[in-house]
Design a protein around this ligand. Structure first.
Ligand code: FES
Length: 223
């Protein structure tokens, strides 16, 4: 099991370009390779390695427990679950405020998450169980690149009318910090939200719904 984190910025455009037209299978292979090559952050290794079942168990689709207590405000970590990059962000109050900014919300294609891209407990303005923690599948709904995480816009890569969030370098799709896609970009849908639950206030279990809820990523419209 490998992972990567970059002090709040991961998946930047420079590190994840891929040839235009690459298939999703190609992409997932690239992601796997990227994790193997980039998974050097001691913090993330400690965080994830201490709580996970064996890699072969995870690969088989077993739920995966993560200690989220060490994710700094504004920081993103990426873990791999079922071969997919799962993005977890400890959202600050300022980041949560941008999710409710009316001007920004008006620019979103599906601000209320009406398209089935998330479990029912994430069909809300923050697309998560708790507003403070984002849990998303990091696969652009256009052709499957890994969107870059930008808590704020990067002055070196200006993007119009965008307060930060996720930007896909492949064809220019932009999302907000809840993975909600903007209008008039190539990506058609919001980033998927995987099934997950809080085991306790410090621990998230990826791959398992809260009691009484049935949801799998096989149900989403675009993955
Ligand atoms: S893969 Fe085309 S914009 Fe993301």
């Amino acid at each position: 099991m490998s992972s990567t984190t970059s002090n709040g910025i991961s998946g930047g455009p420079d590190g994840h370009d891929q040839p235009g037209g690459a298939s999703r299978r190609d992409f997932l292979g690239l992601v796997t390779a990227a994790f193997a090559a980039v998974g050097t952050a001691a913090f993330a290794w400690t965080l994830i390695d201490s709580m996970n079942p064996a890699a072969d168990v995870i690969a088989a689709g077993a739920p995966m427990d993560l200690d989220i207590s060490k994710i700094e405000p504004g920081q993103q970590i990426i873990v791999r679950w079922r071969g997919m990059p799962i993005l977890l962000v400890n959202r600050t109050p300022e980041m949560m405020a941008t999710l409710q900014n009316k001007e920004d919300v008006a620019r979103l294609a599906d601000p209320d998450s009406n398209v089935n891209q998330q479990p029912p407990y994430a069909k809300n303005w923050h697309r998560s169980v708790h507003p403070e923690l984002a849990v998303l599948v990091g696969i652009c709904t256009h052709l499957g690149c890994l969107p870059g995480y930008f808590p704020k816009p990067d002055p070196s890569q200006p993007v119009e009318n965008w307060p930060g969030g996720y930007f896909c370098p492949c064809h220019g799709s932009k999302y907000d910090l809840a993975g909600r896609v903007y209008k008039n970009v190539p990506a058609p849908d919001n980033l998927p939200v995987p099934p997950y639950e809080f085991v306790n206030p410090k621990t998230v279990r990826i791959g398992q719904n809260p009691t009484g809820v049935s949801f799998t990523l096989g149900e989403v419209v675009q993955l």
